[in-house]
Ligand binder design. Structure first.
Ligand code: ZN
Ligand code: ZN
Length: 226
């Protein structure tokens, strides 16, 4: 009996089992429904042997411990493999970077503002110093302003009379057109006149305000920018 059990235990992890051996040993096999999922999935199988019937061939404590150790060993090996793969990848990437940088480990950059070659403290550092960064930003702002201004010497202004945007041709220019300048002049004169007469509010009807016209400013430009 003891001999039989040890023989059966060997068959729990069979490497090879012949049909005749199987037929000789086994009377019937009862397979139960599987329980759980993944690693926790179990399925009960009862094996009825010839001559001895059903024999309890559950794993012994030692066998269970051995299986557990085996599984842990496999996991350790798997982790070790993965670590090696990751290390190899990192080294490959580093080697690539070094060759890209002409064989130098520390990558140097050229400051786009002053042209100085420097060693950045991080990959994101672009300029050699904060000063260069500030100056470059200032220049960028000025360039943007320049682009907005185009060929005009002075920046765009808004006419106080008609509300139209216009490009002044001299620093003292306050209105978009001669017409707006005249209207403003008349208004001022009228206000002065009313003040003198003691009338606190001038008649708004007396000063016609023209609606903003697209060609107002353009006319003016054509006159002053031949
Ligand atoms: Zn610089
Ligand atoms: Zn105007």
């Amino acid at each position: 009996m003891q001999h039989f059990i040890s023989l059966i235990r060997k068959c729990k992890n069979p490497t090879e089992i012949s049909d005749s051996m199987f037929n000789e040993l086994v009377d019937k096999i009862v397979v139960y429904e599987a329980e759980g999922a993944g690693n926790a999935r179990t399925q009960k199988v009862d094996i009825y042997f010839n001559y001895v019937g059903q024999v309890d061939i559950a794993y012994t404590e030692e066998e269970l411990a051995e299986l557990k150790a085996q599984k842990e060993q496999e996991e350790r090996q798997h982790m070790e493999k993965q670590r090696k793969r990751e290390k190899a990848y990192r080294e490959k990437r580093k080697a690539k970077k070094i060759t890209e940088n002409g064989g130098e480990i520390i990558k140097t950059k050229t400051c786009p503002h002053c042209g100085k070659v420097f060693t950045p403290t991080s990959n994101r550092q672009l300029f050699c110093s904060r000063e260069c960064w500030n100056q470059a930003r200032q220049e960028q702002k000025e360039a943007a302003r320049e682009a907005e201004r185009g060929t005009h010497y002075y920046r765009q202004r808004t006419c106080a009379v008609c509300g139209h945007s216009y490009w002044p041709t001299h620093s003292q220019q306050e209105f978009c057109s001669d017409e707006c300048r005249r209207i403003n002049h008349n208004k001022k004169t009228l206000e002065f006149y009313h003040k003198k007469k003691g009338n606190p509010k001038p008649d708004p009807e007396a000063v016609p305000t023209p609606k903003p016209k697209e060609d107002n400013a353009d006319d003016y430009h054509e006159k002053f920018h031949p």
